[in-house]
Every structure is written in structure tokens, then in C-alpha cells.
Design a protein around this ligand. Structure first.
Ligand SMILES: Cc1cc2nc3c(=O)[nH]c(=O)nc-3n(C[C@H](O)[C@H](O)[C@H](O)COP(=O)(O)O)c2cc1C
Length: 390
């Protein structure tokens, strides 16, 4: 199986599965507890159907959107994910370059493996910095300052990681940060020598967003322990309001699910929220973002930009989310599997396929620009036997 054989999310996932050591594949593929929310994220898009219009003259389609002051050529972006150089030695460099080529936004995680400054210098496309709120307030201020100096366009605070999710696949593999090859897992890695060779022959694994600031005591720590021990479980709305004031730019909360929280985000001056359950990796049993989208858009859509992520695998999923009122959609595993499978070429192919699917879907829907998508084009099946407009 080669990259040219990959035509959709499932193909990229399969190629990644074949090329990655088992523990790394499981780190990307896995989620919390019984992974119910992860499954529901993908399934949620199938509870409604698109209702196209025809004969609308759809020769030219404009996919551009503006979110939080950033113009994107396409209505999707690469959501921040950590440890990308574990997927592929090109890591964040590949994702940033592919996003820039397509003219869209990408996020750099606090747990990123390439420095935010390097990526900022390399690309002019909008860049998000994904922030985790640490116990040490001085450290938080220093990290904000650093991002500001680097010229980050949007600050994105992840609020659904107040403690670590129970990711049992990672626990079984003994995955730690900084990443260390463990003797027990050696066999799994020996079975994928190409990955191991790349890992050993490229620059040393590091966490440049954290290394300068956080002392992990020189010992590896499980990802669950990082969340539980380094991050501040007492973080509250006042803390975030202060951060928004300090940042003085576009500020977004990632991981908001309820209407009430969405309203508070608007009250404290956030310019965006991402409805998200962290790809099902935190609170298992949490509702899918797509299921929660309409009520949040109705509550705050006129006050800030509402985005969503989770389970997006197809252009038609993006069309459905935009029809409900999302301003743009975040991708996670959708670009991580191609990254793992084939580095930058993989991410470019996946993002390009997503764009093509959306262009095709827009034409078939009879729409030439994103604003033409609306709830008129959508019907939900389950609630009342087939005619629920939300
Ligand atoms: C391997 C992996 C690592 C992630 N790391 C982060 C992270 O460091 N910070 C963050 O806010 N979200 C992180 N996420 C969540 C994504 O940003 C996004 O919310 C999620 O992947 C969307 O779901 P999807 O993978 O089904 O598209 C991660 C997700 C995955 C799969």
C-alpha cells in the first residue's frame, strides 16, 4: 500500500497502522475509557442528511472563510496536536508547510515538538498557539509573552484537560514524555525499523514550548501525569479573563461544550470558541461536538466565532457543520494519520482531498460560497422520523 493508494481517511489510517510502531499508532488512534465519545464523534454526522438545490450555476466555488480575524482559503484548519515528531520525523514542520500551501491555519501545541518561533518564521499562514494553563502563574505569563513576541495570530486555551483523560492504550504501552524507548516496547519498535531509524537519525526529541520553562525533573512522565501534575486544576473564569486581557488579541477557548460556558466565553472577551471533546480523549461519554453545535451557535453565534472539531473525516461532514452555523472546522486525526504515513506529502494529499471533496460537495449542493450553506440544507432523521430542521 502506497500514498497514491490513499483516497480517504480510512486509507490513510491503514497506511499509518502499517508503518507505525504499535504504541505510537495507538497513541493517535486511541481515546479515553471505552472510546464511546470517539466513535460517536464520527457517527454524529450520519444522523442528518444534506438537501441539495440544483440548477444554481456553480462553475466557480469560493471556499474562503474568515475566523477570528484570519482569512482562510478553506473552511477547515489543522487543530493543534502534541508530539507530532513521534508520528513522523518531519512532525509540525510538515503540517505547517501543508497548511500554508493550502492557505489555512494550523495550531502548535504546548506539547509540540518544533518551536513555535521556527514555524512562525517559515510560514505566513495564520498560526494558533495552543496553551495549557500551568500551576505556575509566572510561567503562564512567560509563555504568553513568548507567543506574543513570536507573532502568533490566535491564542487558543484548551479547557477540557483540567486533568488527564484515561487513555488505556497509552497506559498499556507505557508512553511517556519526553519520549523514551522502553525495553518492554522494543519488540514493537523493532518490527517497524524504518520508523526507528528515522527517529534515531533525526534531531533529538524535545518539547521546545516547554523545555525552557518546565522542569520535569529530568525524568520521563506519562501524559496523564503531565496533565494531572503540571496543569492547574483550580483554573477558573477569572484566570482566563485575566489571560484574555493580557493577550490583547484574538483569544479562543477550545473544549467548550455547554451554552452557559459559551456565553461566559463571550462575556470575558473571547473572539472564538471550539466546541470539542478533544477527539474523545478526555471525558468519555461526553456529547459529540456536532450534536452540540446548533444550540451553541444559537446562543452565541452573533457574539463570537463558533468552530467545532471531532470525528471529521469527509468533506460532507464539513458541509454539515457549516450548515449548522460553524464558521470553520478543525481536523485532528484526519491529518495525523497521513503525517504518520508519509510526512508532508501525506498531509498535503489529505488536505487537498478534503478541499476537493468540499468543492465537489458545494457544487452538488448548489452553493458557490460558504455563506449560502444553512439549516435549510439539512434534515435530521432520528428525532421525529425524518423532518427535524434544527
Ligand atoms: C494524538 C493527538 C494529540 C492531540 N494533542 C492535543 C494537544 O496537544 N492539545 C490540544 O488542545 N488538543 C490536542 N488534541 C485534540 C485535537 O486538537 C482535536 O481536538 C481532536 O483531535 C479532534 O478530533 P479528531 O481527531 O476526531 O479530528 C490531540 C488529538 C490527538 C488525536
Amino acid at each position: 500500500m502506497r500514498l497514491s493508494h490513499c483516497h480517504n481517511f480510512r486509507d490513510f489510517r491503514e497506511l499509518a497502522r502499517r508503518r507505525l510502531p504499535r504504541p505510537i499508532f495507538n497513541h493517535i488512534d486511541g481515546a479515553a475509557d471505552d472510546e464511546v465519545t470517539k466513535r460517536r464523534n464520527a457517527a454524529s454526522f450520519e444522523d442528518c442528511d444534506l438537501v441539495p438545490n440544483v440548477l444554481r450555476g456553480v462553475k466557480d466555488v469560493d471556499l474562503s472563510v474568515t475566523i477570528m480575524g484570519q482569512k482562510l482559503a478553506v473552511p477547515f484548519y489543522c487543530s493543534p496536536t502534541g508530539l507530532q515528531r513521534l508520528c513522523h520525523h518531519q512532525g509540525e514542520r510538515a503540517v505547517a508547510a501543508a497548511a500554508a500551501k493550502l492557505g489555512t491555519m494550523f495550531g502548535v501545541s504546548s506539547l509540540g515538538t518544533v518551536g513555535l518561533e521556527e514555524l512562525r518564521k517559515a510560514h505566513a499562514t495564520p498560526q494558533v498557539y495552543q496553551f495549557y494553563f500551568h500551576r505556575d502563574r509566572g510561567l503562564n505569563r512567560a509563555m504568553l509573552e513568548r507567543a506574543k513576541e513570536a507573532g502568533i495570530d490566535v491564542m487558543m486555551l484548551t479547557v477540557d484537560c483540567i486533568t488527564g483523560g484515561n487513555r488505556e492504550r497509552d497506559l498499556r504501552a507505557g508512553l511517556t514524555i519526553p519520549f523514551r524507548l522502553k525495553l518492554g516496547g522494543m519488540l514493537q519498535f523493532a518490527m517497524k525499523p524504518r520508523w526507528g531509524l528515522n527517529y534515531l537519525t533525526h534531531e533529538r526529541f524535545s518539547l521546545p514550548q516547554l523545555d525552557e520553562h518546565v522542569d520535569m525533573g529530568g525524568r520521563p512522565m506519562s501524559i496523564g501525569r503531565y496533565f494531572s501534575e503540571m496543569l492547574d486544576p483550580s483554573m477558573n473564569w477569572d484566570d482566563v479573563a485575566e489571560m484574555v486581557r493580557t493577550w490583547e488579541g484574538h483569544f479562543c477557548l477550545k473544549g467548550v461544550m455547554s451554552k452557559a460556558d459559551a456565553k461566559r466565553a463571550a462575556d470575558i472577551g473571547c473572539t472564538g470558541i471550539v466546541i470539542s471533546n478533544h477527539g474523545g480523549r478526555q471525558l468519555d461519554g461526553s456529547r459529540a461536538a456536532f450534536d452540540q453545535l446548533a444550540e451553541v451557535v444559537d446562543a452565541v453565534g452573533d457574539r463570537l466565532d463558533v468552530m467545532m472539531d471531532g470525528g471529521v473525516q469527509r468533506g460532507t461532514h464539513v458541509l454539515k457543520a457549516l450548515s449548522l452555523g460553524a464558521k470553520a472546522v478543525g481536523l485532528g486525526r484526519f491529518y495525523l494519520y497521513p503525517l504518520a504515513a508519509a510526512g508532508q506529502a501525506g498531509v498535503e494529499r489529505a488536505l487537498e482531498l478534503m478541499k476537493e471533496e468540499i468543492v465537489r460537495g458545494m457544487k452538488l449542493m448548489g452553493c458557490t460560497s460558504i455563506v449560502e450553506l444553512s439549516r435549510q440544507n439539512l434534515r435530521f432523521r432520528a428525532a421525529n422520523g425524518g423532518n427535524a430542521e434544527r
